[in-house]
Ligand binder design. Structure first.
Ligand code: ARG
Ligand code: ZN
Length: 883
């Protein structure tokens, strides 16, 4: 069991390490159950550490074989060793060499942290604290060392041997059936960036010439036979490398760049220096097996991990509290990349949707924490939407505030100043302060204060003075440990539109000239009043354009204003937002009516707006598809905020969907025909947009006329030439039910048997069917021969989809959904605590549910928290969820 003790780690307790490790020579002899690891460390005292302090190395479930100090074998009285620590009290004050031999059992490693097996390959995952599961070490990100790694293995079992850095000598060990390879990484790095791989893998090779003319050998290693499916990832990698040169002046620094795809992985991927290891979901893609969304995911994650080479590896984090320094910044960079590769507006909308789906509920519930937390019990639980996605929003706000040019100058300074260092958030901000002469101390509050600020506006038009007085206010609700909140610096992008949809020039004595020119106003106090002059008539305010800050707007604008914005706003994000807000209004009006037993109100204005959108969809089908999509049930739950009744939200949403479907049936049929794609599948943004729009049209047809929609979906399913069309048809059939649905699921399974990434879709889609029988179906699927608790993707596909995307079933009033989750979490916990804890986080918003559900959840959380021998990961989530 990891970390049985429940120790709190605090940012304020940070101390520099007492020792530094300049060089590491690892010799790893791979064996399924007894891998031998010899680690030779060049150690010296850190002048900034405590003089005379003992050398205390971290371990986790390690078996020690022996220790040598400067070549001399130490007796057992000269050190203390437990599976979790190796401590030497008497070490020389001068530099010395420590050689440690350990044994590890990769086959028994079900946590997927440290050295483990995925399929027939050996691989590693060391972030955050996995290196200590391979050998004793100062396993903290501020200890940077140069690594040389020798790997040895049975040649037939592992013909491919990879580690960080550049390849060195390799060869056979005659007469043993074994071979070896030596890798050297000249860039000092923390242990969490260490990686090695051994296995029998297929490879796709390519190369890249950098801006200074260096040739880099690129390789993506995958399961044999799937090399072709790595072609898109390779293309995305080359585009990422070029983009980082052009946009940030960052050139790649080693001679090789290797990526390995494995099918058992806790997270998305890992940026190990020169040897990225990926969940194969984010590498493998072919038209027959991957949807447009999958392709976008591959592109984004490939870019993300590649960009870490500078933001994460060359400049790393001083401690794990600074995680957002690399993750928030790197998410920002990958989002910008995707925006440049695809449509900026469409990318922004989907990034904001993602933020609201996962981060907003986290920030509003018991698991809320600052982007830079100040305390943790288990760091793996802080790889959160807050650290990643809100962290990216902070970087974006910084750029918005200081402008593109100054942002680039600040980034240049950051790379120049901190290359090779382990840095902090303060270090990062200091570069932008120095590049602009701006005081960013108030802005820095975004990193330490949790919770989503609520921004409200009040507008008063004075027809005599032809002026419009706008008052902006902000407030943030208390979060765990932070009862009192201060105002933060909020960049508010806004525009005013006149009666005929014309954009008004902004003039006001209450704003700086640059604010008026850019339409960007800083709200840094709890309120700010701006009186706009020369306003000919009552204007409509387009607020928070492009989602200029991660805040909530309350209350939503009036219906008439939203309809006007949807028609005239030149900011595509806010046009999309207007459509969403109109839908929310219509759905909540239905909820109210149902509660009062009155007939459902009709949403003519919204429906008419959708008709216009559908008719004009050809200009930008991807945008139209987003604007035509209703808010999800999770959106509805979040927006209703408290006493959430998933059943009421579901029926209101389905009611509106049917109303729209009936009203727009002819329009949807026309669009469905118009956006038919002939010709070969291409995963580009344009084709994806057309397919998305056709999918929306199919859904509308099925909503308006289930028979017609069902027949159409069956036809599309049978004739589909790519996974996007096939899955969109199957989703429609899944909602419609009956034999057609079961036949389609069977056919799908037969067609893709053995293709694990496609089967994940088969499991996930069944788990989200909003019908009472689904819980039984999920339980049945858990005994399916293709289900395995040991594979994180499969568990997430079935259980994760059920708990996160099937609100009515998961929150069923007979508690069957909660019982299922409890059972799975407890079964998983001893095997893979990280995954168990993550599944349990699906209850992050449980306190916003109506009382009956809360009363069912609370005792189950207590039951989990009370388990003896529970992992630190799951205990931490259960305890905080209950606090
Ligand atoms: N640094 C990885 C990324 O790019 C995430 C790895 C986190 N792994 C973990 N077990 N906590 O996002
Ligand atoms: Zn990352």
């Amino acid at each position: 069991m990891r970390h049985p003790a429940n120790v709190a780690v605090r940012l304020v307790d940070y101390r520099a390490p007492d020792f530094l490790i300049d060089a590491v020579a690892l010799d790893v002899s791979l064996d399924r159950s007894a891998t031998r690891v010899v680690s030779k460390l060049s150690i010296r005292r850190n002048p900034r550490g405590v003089p005379g302090a003992p050398l205390a190395l971290d371990g986790d479930e390690l078996t020690l074989i022996g220790v040598r100090l400067d070549g001399r074998a130490l007796g057992p009285q000269e050190y203390t060793a437990t599976p979790d620590a190796l401590t030497l009290t008497a070490v020389p004050d001068a530099a010395f060499t420590l050689e440690i031999e350990t044994r590890v059992d990769p086959a028994a490693n079900t946590q997927l942290s440290g050295l483990y097996r995925s399929g027939s390959a050996y691989c590693t995952q060391c972030e955050a604290e996995g290196f200590r599961r391979i050998t004793y070490f100062l396993d903290r990100p501020d200890v940077l060392s140069v690594y040389t790694t020798r790997i040895e293995a049975e040649k037939s079992e592992a013909p491919v041997l990879l580690a960080n850095g550049n390849p060195g000598e390799s060869g056979d060990l005659p007469g043993t059936g074994r071979h070896y390879a030596i890798w050297h990484d000249p860039f000092p790095k923390p242990s969490y960036l260490f990686a090695l791989v051994g296995g029998d893998l297929g490879v796709l090779r390519d190369n890249f010439t950098t801006m200074s003319g260096r040739e880099i050998a690129l390789a993506i290693y995958v399961e044999h036979g799937k090399e072709e499916r790595a072609a898109y990832a390779m293309d995305a990698l080359k585009r990422s490398m070029r983009w980082d040169e052009e946009k940030f002046g960052r050139e790649y620094d080693l001679d090789v760049f290797n990526i390995v795809a494995v099918s058992d992985f806790n997270m998305g991927a890992m940026e190990n220096k020169g040897l990225n290891i990926f969940n194969d979901k984010y590498v493998l893609a072919s038209p027959q097996t991957a949807t447009d969304a999958d392709y976008a995911g591959v592109e984004g994650v490939i870019a993300h991990e590649y960009f870490h080479n500078w933001t994460g590896n060359r400049i790393t984090c001083r401690d794990w509290f600074q995680l957002c320094l690399k993750e928030g910044l790197t998410v920002f960079r990958d989002q910008e990349f995707s925006a440049d590769m695809r449509s900026r507006a469409v990318e922004r909308i989907s990034d904001v949707r993602g933020l609201r789906l996962a981060q907003f509920p986290e920030d509003a519930g018991p698991l809320a924490h600052p982007v830079r937390p100040d305390i943790y019990h288990e760091i793996n639980n802080f790889y959160t939407p807050t650290v990643y996605e809100k962290g990216a929003e902070i970087v974006r706000m910084l750029r918005t505030l200081i402008g593109d040019e100054d942002f680039r100058r600040g980034m240049d300074l950051y790379f120049e100043r901190f290359d090779g260092a382990a840095a902090t958030v303060e270090d990062f901000l200091s570069c932008f302060a120095d590049a602009t002469g701006r005081d960013l101390s108030h802005f820095a509050l975004w990193y330490s204060q949790a919770g989503t600020p609520i921004v409200s506006i009040e507008g008063a038009y004075d027809p005599d003075a032809k002026s419009f007085a706008l008052t902006l206010r902000q407030a943030t609700k208390p979060t765990p440990g932070q009862p009192e909140k201060k105002p933060v610096v909020i960049p508010v992008a806004l525009a005013l539109f006149g009666e005929n949809g014309e954009k008004l020039d902004l003039a006001s004595p209450d704003a700086r000239a640059d604010e008026l020119a850019r339409g960007l106003f800083e709200l840094s106090e709890s309120a700010r009043r701006i009186v706009f002059e020369n306003v000919p008539s009552r204007p409509v305010v387009s607020l928070l354009r492009g989602f200029s800050a991660p805040v909530r707007l309350e209350p939503a604008p009036e219906r008439a204003d939203l309809e006007r914005l949807l028609a005239c706003d030149d900011d595509p994000f806010n046009r999309w937002q207007a459509a969403q807000s109109l839908a929310l209004r219509a759905i909540f009006a239905r909820v109210e009516a149902a509660r009062a037993d009155s007939p459902a109100p009709q949403a003519q204005g919204y429906v008419a707006a959708l008709r216009t959108l559908l008719a004009g969809a050809d200009a930008d089908p991807a945008f139209a598809a987003q604007a035509l999509s209703l808010p999800s049930e999770i959106d509805l739950a979040r927006e209703s905020g408290k006493d959430v009744d998933p059943d009421a939200l579901f029926s209101a949403r389905m009611g509106l969907r049917a109303e729209i479907g009936r009203a727009l049936l002819p329009d949807a049929e026309a669009a469905y025909g118009r956006f038919f794609e002939s010709g070969p599948y291409r995963p580009d943004a344009e084709g994806a947009g057309r397919r998305a729009l056709r999918g929306v049209a199919l859904d509308l047809i099925a909503a308006g006329d289930p028979q017609k929609g069902g027949a159409l979906a069956q036809r599309q399913f049978a004739a589909a030439g790519n996974m996007t069309d096939r899955l969109s048809a199957l989703s429609t059939l899944a909602l419609l039910g009956g034999d057609a649905r079961e036949d389609a699921f069977d056919a799908f399974f037969r067609q893709f048997a053995g293709d694990h990434l496609v089967l994940d879709k088969w499991f996930a889609l069944q788990a989200t069917i909003p019908e009472p029988s689904t819980t039984e179906r999920v339980i049945r699927l858990m005994s399916h021969p293709d289900f395995a608790m040991t594979n994180p993707n499969r568990v997430r596909a079935l259980i994760g989809a059920f708990a996160n995307a099937n609100l009515t079933r998961f929150h069923a009033l007979d508690a069957s959904g909660y019982d299922l989750l409890t059972r799975v979490v407890l079964e998983l916990d001893p095997k893979n605590p990280q995954l168990a804890a993550r599944l349990l986080s699906s209850l992050r918003a449980w306190r916003t549910l109506e009382p009956r559900r809360r009363a069912l959840i609370e005792p189950r959380l207590r039951h989990i928290a009370a388990q003896e021998g529970l992992s630190a990961d799951t205990r931490d989530i259960a305890t905080r969820a209950l606090a």
